[in-house]
Design a protein around this ligand. Structure first.
Ligand code: PAF
Length: 277
């Protein structure tokens, strides 16, 4: 595996390669990322994994400084999966001057995650577009854990006519159901035990919907109440149409429930897809 930090070296290394797959990450890799890498290996001649903690997608009060940076462990994991290139630029490479051109996103980016983290998706879309332009991949892979992010990137690719196929991958969960995330390492032992209740609560919503309940607002309220009673502070739990990410209609067949909630200082997100018969 080549570990490359400059754009010119990367472009040289990629010259003439037929099919390139990109897995963009912020590092601190776990099985969720590795599942994306394994899928990428199956569909491309060359797999590039980018590792960059993107300052544009953190609010001033968020965990940018604290975010786990584990480059040497990450590179070992990628080497074991036979990744071709780890692209590990630093701030000076990606932002030699202040980034003044940013991607303008539609209102869906101001809801849910975007409402609680204003500017987050603009930061994500901008860095992803920069990475797409630098690497020019044929395929890029994103996990379903960041469901709204995946939706917005698909929209950006469509609307900006980017010649890139976006592939997704299912959420990888710990044995108790907690979705794997780099931020899980902020949880103490007691919080870690409690954390699986986010997924359990989503599962209850799914069971209720599949049993025929279609008063989604009251299911959402109930889920929020359950988590609050357990000590969580809940940003949102929303039953949405899987394709449009607008609030679900009782007739919709493919739904997704998005959730974000805080346990102690740690904010977790999760989601569950629901197909109705
Ligand atoms: O999902 C992430 O880890 C990040 O949002 C991404 C896509 C790598 C952009 O920084």
């Amino acid at each position: 595996m080549k570990v490359i930090s400059t754009i010119s070296e990367l472009r040289t290394a990629l010259k003439g390669i037929n099919k390139i797959a990109l897995v963009p990450t912020m590092g601190n890799l776990h099985e969720g990322h590795l599942a994306l890498v394994r899928k990428a290996k199956k569909c491309a001649d060359c797999v590039v994994v980018s590792i960059y903690v993107n300052p544009l997608q953190f609010l001033p009060n968020e965990d940018f400084n604290q975010y786990p940076r584990t480059l040497s462990e990450d590179c070992k994991l990628l080497q074991n999966l036979d990744v071709d290139i780890a692209f590990v630029p630093d701030d000076k490479i990606l932002f030699p001057v202040k980034q003044k051109i940013l991607v303008l996103l539609p209102p869906v980016a101001d809801q849910f995650e975007g409402k609680f983290r204003p500017g987050f998706f603009r930061g994500v879309a901008t860095i992803v577009l920069k990475l797409f332009n630098i690497i020019q991949p044929d395929i890029a892979l994103f996990g379903k854990k960041d469901y709204q992010q995946l939706h917005i990137i698909r929209l950006m690719v469509q609307q900006l006519d980017l010649p890139i196929e976006i592939l997704d991958e299912e959420i990888i969960r710990a044995s108790d159901g907690l979705a794997l995330s780099s931020r899980n390492r902020y949880l103490n032992d007691i919080q870690r035990i409690e954390a699986c209740h986010l997924y359990q609560t989503l599962n209850t919503v799914k069971t209720d919907i599949q049993a025929g309940q279609n008063r989604f607002a009251s299911l959402e309220e109930n889920a929020v109440r359950v988590l609050k009673t357990r000590g969580w502070s809940v940003d949102y739990i929303a039953v949405l149409n899987q394709v449009s990410l607008i609030p679900a209609h009782p007739e919709d067949k493919a739904l997704v429930v998005l959730a974000a909630a805080r346990i102690g200082q740690t904010r977790l997100i999760d989601n569950i897809e629901i197909l109705k018969s």
